[in-house]
Structure formats: structure tokens, C-alpha cells
Design a protein around this ligand. Structure first.
Ligand code: MBD
Ligand code: FE
Length: 283
């Protein structure tokens, strides 16, 4: 019609920035003076070294300054940081954790999604939701193999157009977001649809950086998950699809070999299914 709201970098950036501001840990940072001194001094020293080694010009310095200002104006700091820095923070944070591998959370998690008890649920979706139906099922245990009943398996993912509800216009609030609580055996079954690959918005600052540097803007299709149970460490992870585009060259560097699914067609030909189990370490 021409009046329909389009997904824009600035709108999804503003929503991601607002989401980050409202999360518990965001306001409560209190880092030790000596630690700030060490980290910021080393970061600046690395930048000084780059300027000297590459003879950075005033034109380049001004391009950097303009770009940094615009990242904030576009609300794209959450996107920028989660795409290009979070993977190393996650690696360091979970280095010695037992059980299921995790990976980055990214900018589009929203807590308190619709909850389904009894071990089974279908993520909220539109009547005409695109994408192949997918049954994602498995079991949650502790590191000794004991079933974790009442564990929460939170899932959120992009739709068949690569868009996330609450960060793109015209999607139902909880589209493709839900929490399934495991049954007495620790089992869960989640009915959803296959997501599409995600493209970093091309009309924002992250997109301009990608174009300027000659990179690509793609993440492989992925399911986001948080799996938690009382007295266990919560796992934040993502799962990818074997043979999918950009599994081998994710712009966010968040793929690990343990995180690749290989769904099989369902017997009745209606979609595909895959089993994936989670193991949660002690706190
Ligand atoms: C995503 O969907 C995502 O998962 C990450 C990590 C960054 C940008 C978009
Ligand atoms: Fe994502």
C-alpha cells in the first residue's frame, strides 16, 4: 500500500537499546577503579598503536568520529557489540563450565515470554506463518544425567523473513517467542517453524561499516535458547542448521560444532523434527 511500516535499522536499534536499558544487570555495573584503569588504558594503547602503525589520517579520524556518533543515533550499540565483541566475552565467561555449550545472547532476547507447562508447547505464530514446521524436542538433565523436571526452555527466533518480534514492525508481540517447562522426565517438545538467515540491517551504521569494509552482513538461520533450572547454571545458546548458508562464516562468529542441528523430515511429511538434549552444570 505504500503506507506499511518497513523494518528499519533505526527502529530495531532503538528497540534493542531500550530493551538493554530495562534489563537488570545493565544499570548495576560497578567496576573497580584499578580494573577500569587497566582495561581502558590497554584499549587506548592498542588504538594508539594502530594509529601509528597504519599512519591514520585526520580524514580517517573524522570518519571514525562521525561513525561512532551515528552508531548511537541509530541505537546500534547493542547490535554492534553483540555481533563483533560478545563471542569472546561468552568464551571467557563459560570457559570452565560443564554441560551444554553456549554462545552469544545477541540483542533480541525478551524475558517472560508465554509459558507452556506439561513439557509441550507451540510458539505463538501467525495463522499464515512462513517457514517449514519444526518440532524441536529433547531432555534437560544435570551433569550426572538426572532428569531436571520443571526446567525452563525459553526459545526465541526470527521468522521466515529474518525478523524478530518486538524489534520489527507489524509482528504480534510474542511471535516466535515462548517458554516450555519440562515434564517429570525432564522432556520438552516445542512446535515452531524453521527461521530464515538474519541479515544485519543495511540501512544503519553496522550495515555501513560492513559495506565500507567489504564484509558480508549475514548470520546463519538460528534458534536462540535459554535453558534454566533451580540450582543449576543457565545456558544461553543458539542452534544452527547443517548445510545452511553462512554456518561457516557467521558475521557474529557465534557458531560452534556442538550447536549444529540436522533435522529429519517427519513421517507424515508435514515438516521436520530434531532432538537436542541439554545438560546444566552445578552453580
Ligand atoms: C541476531 O539475530 C543475533 O542473534 C545476533 C547475535 C546479532 C544480531 C542479530
Ligand atoms: Fe538472532
Amino acid at each position: 500500500t505504500g503506507t506499511e511500516e518497513q523494518a528499519t535499522a533505526a527502529a530495531s536499534g532503538a528497540a534493542a537499546t531500550e530493551r538493554f536499558r530495562s534489563k537488570e544487570r545493565a544499570g548495576a555495573v560497578d567496576v573497580d577503579t584499578a580494573r577500569v584503569n587497566t582495561l581502558v588504558t590497554e584499549l587506548l594503547t592498542a588504538a594508539h598503536d594502530i594509529v601509528r602503525r597504519h599512519q591514520v589520517t585526520y580524514a580517517e579520524y573524522d570518519a571514525l568520529k562521525a561513525w561512532l556518533i551515528q552508531v548511537g543515533a541509530d541505537g546500534e550499540w547493542p547490535l554492534f557489540l553483540d555481533v563483533w565483541l560478545e563471542h569472546v566475552v561468552e568464551e571467557v565467561a563459560n570457559d570452565d563450565r560443564l554441560g551444554s555449550k553456549g554462545t552469544i545472547e545477541g540483542p533480541y532476547y525478551v524475558p517472560d515470554s508465554p509459558r507452556f507447562t506439561g513439557g509441550e508447547g507451540a510458539l505463538p505464530m501467525r495463522a499464515d506463518e512462513g517457514g517449514t514446521p519444526l518440532l524441536f524436542q529433547g531432555r534437560v538433565t544435570d551433569v550426572d544425567g538426572a532428569a531436571l523436571a520443571g526446567a525452563e526452555v525459553e526459545m526465541w527466533h526470527a521468522d521466515d523473513d529474518g525478523l524478530y518480534s518486538q524489534f520489527a514492525p507489524n509482528l504480534p508481540q510474542w511471535n516466535l517467542r515462548g517458554t516450555v517447562v519440562t515434564d517429570a522426565q525432564g522432556c520438552f517438545r516445542i512446535h515452531t517453524v524453521q527461521p530464515a538467515p538474519y541479515q544485519i540491517p543495511t540501512d544503519g551504521s553496522c550495515g555501513r561499516l560492513i559495506a565500507a569494509a567489504g564484509w558480508h552482513a549475514w548470520r546463519p538461520a538460528h534458534l536462540h535458547l535459554k535453558v534454566s533450572a533451580p540450582g543449576r547454571q543457565r545456558v544461553t545458546t543458539q542452534l544452527y542448521f547443517k548445510g545452511g548458508s553462512h554456518v561457516a562464516d557467521d558475521v557474529a562468529s557465534a557458531v560452534k560444532p556442538e550447536l549444529i542441528l540436522d533435522p529429519t523430515p517427519t513421517a507424515d511429511g508435514s515438516g521436520s523434527e530434531v532432538t537436542y538434549d541439554f545438560v546444566l552444570d552445578r552453580v
